[in-house]
Design a protein around this ligand. Structure first.
Ligand code: NAP
Length: 345
């Protein structure tokens, strides 16, 4: 039997990827779509201005877009995927949780809250049980689960592999982020063509804090954040999809480039429907990974790593992930699959 799902913020960059990845899905069936009041009442085809290179699924094209309000959700929906702007998510996601819906959300609001699980299933699936703490504290029948920011998801799996084997003391990262990461109305062509922008509002802080929460340990009551120092510098460049990042680490134990590559390659995947067969693909070619060539690996759900080198005290590497697939829509669907496997749905 499949779980009926709703998508709130269904017409945007991430919402369209959610629809692509759920067309079809063995466990989830789209039962309702919502967006802003301007789109409500229109057919999804008219409201969405479909912009991805995958045909708009006929099953959703003629669905009527609803207002983003729990009273507008059909009762048989059990899981809601949220891809709302964070200012809107902050306001409406708690209403959905209070009304009994489990919300798997992309928005940045509440990611750092002590009682909100922030999960990458392959890295910290055990943090999902923070839901019990959250329900005790907030009295919700539903629950709120977050996936991290797209630039954070890109670097954390290879970092988790290094941390488990050699211990991480510090992390420095500089990003080259695609325009789709800003959403459909995020960066105008006049701003980004023939250009690079060395500032993405709030992104550095997200990378610095979310990575420490993800790499932290959960004792059944709270997450003890990782103590590594994290410094990030974020840049927007004129690629369409795929965030490329240069990462430097200091490790507690000495590590060679070969050992680092081996632990990353062998980092265990999960058996969830959307989990890639191999989570981290390591390239030997010094000029890979590249956004256009490597963002689509394993349906856009794998992390690509290259340029692994020893440094004085640690390891340097480059990594890449598809920001709207692994970094957003695929991440929240994977969290949905984890919720199902763990009996929350
Ligand atoms: P987007 O393209 O701007 O889409 C925003 C969506 O929210 C649209 O469906 C829009 O509906 C809806 N919306 C806007 N204002 C609303 C309101 N007041 N009430 C209800 N719905 C409203 O943004 P996006 O890139 O898909 O990002 C969505 C969320 O995911 C953001 O929080 C973003 O930070 C996060 N995220 C994005 C990425 C990425 O790579 N793009 C990665 C990770 C996380 P209308 O069409 O009707 O305006």
């Amino acid at each position: 039997m499949t779980v009926d799902v709703g998508i709130i913020g269904a017409t945007g960059a991430v919402g369209q990827r959610l629809i692509q990845l759920l067309d079809p899905h063995p466990d989830f069936e789209i039962a309702a779509l919502s967006a802003s009041a301007e789109s409500a009442g229109e057919s999804y085809r008219d409201a969405a201005k479909w912009r991805i290179n995958h045909p708009i699924p006929e099953t959703v094209a003629e669905m009527t877009v609803r207002e983003t309000d729990p009273d507008e959700m059909p009762d048989d929906v059990d899981l809601v995927f949220s891809s709302l702007p964070s200012s809107v998510g902050e306001r409406v996601e708690p209403d959905f949780c209070e009304a009994g819906y489990i919300v798997s959300s992309n928005s940045s609001n509440a990611r750092r809250d002590e009682d909100v699980p922030l999960t990458i299933p392959e890295v910290n699936a055990d943090h999902l049980d923070l839901i019990e703490v959250q329900r005790d504290e907030r009295g919700w029948d539903g629950a709120l689960v977050k996936n991290p920011n797209c630039s954070t998801i890109t670097m954390v799996p290879p970092l988790a592999a290094l941390d488990e084997a050699f211990g991480l003391e510090s992390i420095t990262v500089s990003t080259l982020q695609a325009v789709s990461g800003a959403g459909y109305s995020g960066v105008t062509s006049m701003e980004i063509i023939d250009n690079a922008i060395p500032h993405i509002g709030g992104e550095e802080k997200k990378m610095e804090t979310e990575s420490r929460k993800l790499l932290g340990s959960f004792d059944g009551a709270e997450v003890d954040w990782h103590t590594a120092r994290v410094d990030a510098s974020c840049n927007r460049i004129p690629t369409l999809d795929g965030h490329l990042e240069n990462v430097w680490t200091d490790t507690a134990e000495d590590v060679t480039a070969e050992e680092a590559a081996e632990v990353m390659r062998e980092y265990p995947p999960l058996d969830l429907h959307s989990s890639p067969d191999q989570l981290v693909h390591v390239y030997e070619e010094p000029d890979r990974p590249q956004p256009r060539l490597d963002r689509g690996r394993e349906n856009g759900m794998a992390i690509a790593v290259g340029g692994i080198q020893e440094t004085d005290g640690g390891i340097q590497f480059n990594c890449l992930a598809h920001n709207t697939m692994r970094g957003a829509a695929g991440a929240s669907i994977l969290n949905g699959e984890l919720l199902l496997e763990n009996g929350y749905l």
